[in-house]
Design a protein around this ligand. Structure first.
Ligand SMILES: Cc1cc2nc3c(=O)[nH]c(=O)nc-3n(C[C@H](O)[C@H](O)[C@H](O)COP(=O)(O)OP(=O)(O)OC[C@H]3O[C@@H](n4cnc5c(N)ncnc54)[C@H](O)[C@@H]3O)c2cc1C
Length: 417
């Protein structure tokens, strides 16, 4: 049974990475809030399960010890020390995340099932400032003079609650994003993805390198193999929705066809076991700017369409948006101002941090549509140490990433041996 009086003025809907991060940082700032989540943890989420160094950086900003818990739990968080690109022609390029990286150091990234990672994060929201209610779904939103009136449902019982601020972190199908933010699915800026769990795949990289395999029929998009603990792996594929519908692609069929018939990949899957059913979900990409806040609401994570359009990374942007939202909420409370004009600083702050990188990723996504160019760069880089270093830096350094979007870069590459 839910009681209106138990709800605070600040409500977060959804306890994925965005909602948990908002909650953790609000608690750190000593701000009371209510976190509602329709599922009960631990719960699954369709994902590639890759956590980049950015996730660790945000967790460290919350509490150094939390980041250390991850690095000291290799049976849940598989250390990932680099990335393997495979071009459409089959040239392979292995890139350590940091070229000065030594194997005795902690890994800069990890791969962990979202069942585990999200549950781990959810447990970190436990604080005297957070009133958390699971199995509680946001059903409707009404704009009223004092803020928002939201209706939530638990055990088939509906309760209406007034709130000054809704932090909507309820994922890609967010009610608030649609109703308050006016966000609609745009097939040019949306991807479809599917995930399968396998055991027994041959030749997984010993240092947990994730594999991005740019097969011709998946472009713009890729087939992936991300090693998990205990010799298991997350296998999947993602593609722009525009192309999925234009070419009438059945991603599941295409994935199975690759696993069974691709000359290189099928050898590695001989004797491998599919451990769960193959499932799909949408990825709202950040390649188009949206209105992320308004009177009495802030959108975070997938609800705000923040996924990197090249890599498909959405966990770090979701957590970053939660962290930034918490700081803006603090100011809004201090000024008792929850208006669209005041909350707009959230959009500005978030896009200031992410837009430069997102735009470059968007250009890289477009580059992969020219397989010959991609083949050329990968095969050149597999023979050229300097270029390898440059691509390695690309993961940390946005300025370096800019070079890849400059036509002169490719011209120089063509004429340089
Ligand atoms: C196939 C695929 C592969 C991907 N691979 C990667 C990857 O390897 N690395 C990476 O960084 N990102 C990846 N992503 C993106 C990543 O999964 C998302 O960007 C990330 O989960 C966003 O976090 P979130 O908290 O915004 O949303 P979610 O993780 O979706 O969490 C939303 C939460 O809200 C709850 N909820 C929903 N509706 C309601 C409601 N009405 N009321 C209350 N609660 C509600 C849900 O139960 C859920 O717990 C992938 C996505 C897909 C689909």
């Amino acid at each position: 049974m839910l009681f209106k009086e138990e709800f605070s003025d600040i409500i977060i809907s959804g306890a994925g990475p965005a909602g948990c991060s908002a909650s953790m940082f609000l608690s750190k700032l000593g701000i009371k809030h209510t976190l509602i989540e329709k599922a009960v943890f631990p719960r699954d989420k369709i994902c590639g399960d890759a956590l980049s160094g950015k996730v660790l950086t945000i967790l460290k900003a919350f509490d150094e010890k939390v980041a250390e818990e991850i690095s000291s739990s290799p049976s849940i968080f598989n250390p990932c020390k680099g990335i393997i690109f495979v071009s459409p022609k089959g040239s392979k390029l292995s890139i350590p995340f940091k070229h000065e990286y030594k194997s005795v150091d902690k890994a800069p990234g990890y791969v962990a099932k979202r069942l585990d990672f999200d549950n781990f994060l959810f447990r970190k929201t436990d604080s005297p400032f957070c009133h958390c209610i699971e199995s509680c779904e946001l059903k409707s939103i009404e704009e009223i003079s004092e803020g928002l009136k939201i209706t939530i449902e638990q055990d088939a019982v509906k309760t209406a609650v007034n709130t000054k601020l809704l932090i909507a972190a309820d994922g890609s199908r967010s009610l608030a994003a649609r109703q308050l933010g006016g966000i609609k699915i745009d097939n040019n800026h949306y991807s479809g993805g599917i995930r399968a769990y396998y055991s027994g795949i041959k030749d997984l990289n010993e240092e947990g390198y994730i594999e991005l395999i740019f097969l011709k029929n998946y472009q713009p998009g890729y087939f992936w193999i991300f090693p998990l603990p205990n010799g298991k792996a997350n296998v999947g594929a993602g593609m722009l929705t525009k192309d999925i519908s234009k070419r009438r692609v059945d991603l599941k069929k295409m994935l199975m066809d690759t696993i069974q018939n691709d000359p290189e990949i099928s050898k590695r899957f001989e004797g491998a076991v599919l451990e769960d059913k193959i499932q799909g979900w949408g990825l709202p990409l950040g390649s188009k700017k949206r209105k992320l806040s308004g009177d009495n609401f802030i959108l975070c994570g997938d609800a705000a369409s923040l996924i990197d359009p090249f890599t498909g990374e959405g966990i770090a942007p979701a957590m970053l948006s939660g962290k930034i939202a918490a700081n803006i909420v603090k100011k809004a409370i201090e000024n008792n101002n929850f208006s669209a004009a005041f909350l707009n600083q959230y959009d500005k702050k978030l896009y200031n941090k992410t837009w430069g990188e997102t735009r470059l990723s968007y250009m890289l996504q477009k580059l992969t549509q020219w397989p010959w160019l991609f083949n050329f760069v990968v095969s050149k880089a597999s023979r050229n140490k300097e270029l390898q270093k440059m691509i390695t830096s690309m993961f940390d350094d946005v300025d370096m990433r800019k070079k890849f979007t400059n036509p002169m870069f490719y011209l120089r590459l063509m004429f340089k041996r």
